[in-house]
Design a protein around this ligand. Structure first.
Ligand code: MG
Length: 220
């Protein structure tokens, strides 16, 4: 089971990296409108570094908690500023929570989303409405928790998570930035989707595709 779980997470990080890389230019354009136009590049470099480190792990031995721990340090090493510490803390919190439940069960998948949300919030000290990645992560985590309370199956849960994240990310275009570099723009940040919220949707979509398609293999 652990070997399959490790393979599932390995494939998840690969999917994230491929998806971020495919939308790298769009992400940097979004960042160019309100920031320094590097978001696509930095996210792409971060996930490439994660995958490079993960290939050194023995999938037969690795636990899901260990995979997230490796992802945390690799991402932080590759992306020192801004999003680096945020996703590093997100992955580290997911790693810590997985130590109590390495199964990648639907409940554990929901926990990963909520712990990532908690890590980003803990590190960035932001809230909903600040026009950041949390405008995607907070509704996604709420949808995950609600889906578990309603005992939705994996596909239904991940559809709810992704819908909530997409709606949240879209809503950032009508927000004035309160945090990060974009906050200096004030009202001029209106009308643009936050790049961090846009990349959060890409990450969550890749997670959904992994757990909905490969999840059965991870969880016989
Ligand atoms: Mg930037």
């Amino acid at each position: 089971m652990s070997e399959k779980a490790a393979r599932c997470l390995g494939s998840m990080f690969q999917r994230i990296s491929i998806a971020i890389n495919a939308e790298k230019d769009r992400l940097s354009e979004l960042d160019g409108a309100i920031g320094d136009a590097d978001h696509g590049i930095t996210m792409s470099l971060g996930f490439m570094a994660v995958n490079a480190e993960l290939t050194k792990l023995d999938a037969a031995q690795a636990l899901p908690s260990e995979i997230f721990a490796v992802a945390a340090s690799a991402f932080l090493d590759a992306v020192g500023a801004s999003t680096g510490p945020l996703y590093a803390t997100a992955f580290r919190r997911a790693s810590q929570a997985l130590k109590a439940d390495e199964s990648l069960s639907p409940a554990s998948q929901a926990m990963i989303v909520d712990e990532m949300r908690a890590g980003i919030q803990q590190r960035g000290k932001g809230q909903r409405g600040d026009k950041t990645m949390l405008d995607a992560w907070i509704p996604a985590a709420e949808a995950a928790i609600e889906a578990r309370a309603r005992s939705l199956e994996v596909a239904g849960m991940w559809s709810a998570i992704l819908d909530a994240a997409e709606t949240g990310a879209d809503s950032t275009s009508s927000m004035v930035a309160a945090r990060g570099r974009a906050a200096r723009l004030g009202q001029r940040s209106l009308g643009h989707i936050d790049p961090g919220a846009a990349s959060a949707v890409i990450i969550l979509r890749a997670m959904k595709d992994t757990f909905v398609n490969d999840g059965a293999a991870a969880h016989p």
